[in-house]
Design a protein around this ligand. Sequence first.
Ligand SMILES: Cc1ncc(COP(=O)(O)O)c(C=O)c1O
Length: 396
Amino acid sequence: MLEVLKQLPADPILGLSTAFKQDTNPKKVDLGVGVYKDEQGRTPILSSVAKAQKILLANEESKTYITPQGVPGYISGMLELLLGKGHKTLIEERVAAVQAPGGCGALRILSELLNRCNGELTVWVSDPTWANHIPLIGSAGLKIETYPYFDKDQAGIRFDDMVACLEKVNKGDVVLLHGCCHNPTGADLTKEQWHKVLELAQQREFLPFLDIAYQGFGDGIEDDVYGLRLLADNLPELIVAASCSKNFGLYRERVGLAAMVTTNRNVRDAIQTQIQSIARGIYSMPPSYGGALVDIILNSDELKNEWLGEVSDMRERMQTLRRLLVSKLKDKGASKDFEFINSQKGMFSYLCISPEQVQQMRNDYSIYFVDSSRVNIAGISTSNVDYIADALTAIL
Ligand SMILES: Cc1ncc(COP(=O)(O)O)c(C=O)c1O
């Protein structure tokens, strides 16, 4: 029976990693996979996380299941990080939330929740969006459409086209927005643009679905949730999928949060039971470990301050690398203006070059990134930036 299923092609990013590993060129560079790397190309355990692990090891007394909702201090800590301490939706007890296995787990169970609300609704995602949004949302049986977002030729957001599209979205449809550090383009909405999105959500009565996987990697922990808080302040409902994979460096621990701002406490109570029953039907109980670490960090002034410093270091390193790459490209006389990289945020940027040029970077220089031209800025270092800039200048 199992032989009816055919082998699937390799996932483009994972396939790229395999090709990178097999490449024997000592100068090879991996700008593909979306994990933060330091100057030495390592993805280290954050010092705040290492300290939290010691505390957890000394204090954890059981490996019995945690509650279906997750670690309580993790949930309250994350809601404060996202919405702000004492946010009115928290005081009014309007927010349902569960700990989820990664941002992906949160995206999936929230999509299932949307399907339970209305199986006919459409989820609008940006063109382009993170590739995994499509299977995560689509597997829940929801229809997906795209709204225009990024213009590769202009290397900027197509905001007028985005607005024109969202002006036609049906009442009750869902619009997925990247909270910050848009993946794959690195192009984020300005504050004014977020206000326009709010106005559209109020006019059209669509439900914004915020995916926030890089809080702290753009402009800062507070600045990066400007849009999220604006919508939470002013709309009756909002859904949020958050991830601790990048900003806590907890990738393999699978720690995320699914949060739903509802109209009142009674709805919150109902939604809380619904989302827990969805999780029960997929993976039953959330994993504890990553959430327990984030709980320890967010609920200790000392560890939280240390973690905030570590997030700032990662953010500033990526901002410095952006500036360095752009100035090297200028110095080397690249025939394209890459200044846009400096205004983009977070871990990714689109280089806005053609798939053929991406192939050339891979074949001729062993510099690996996906065909869309998305690069992981954290894969650049002071020791490879000249090599990357030389290669780019040559293939243009
Ligand atoms: C836009 C976006 N959303 C969500 C995620 C979820 O990540 P994870 O499931 O590893 O927490 C990612 C990770 O790459 C992402 O880029």
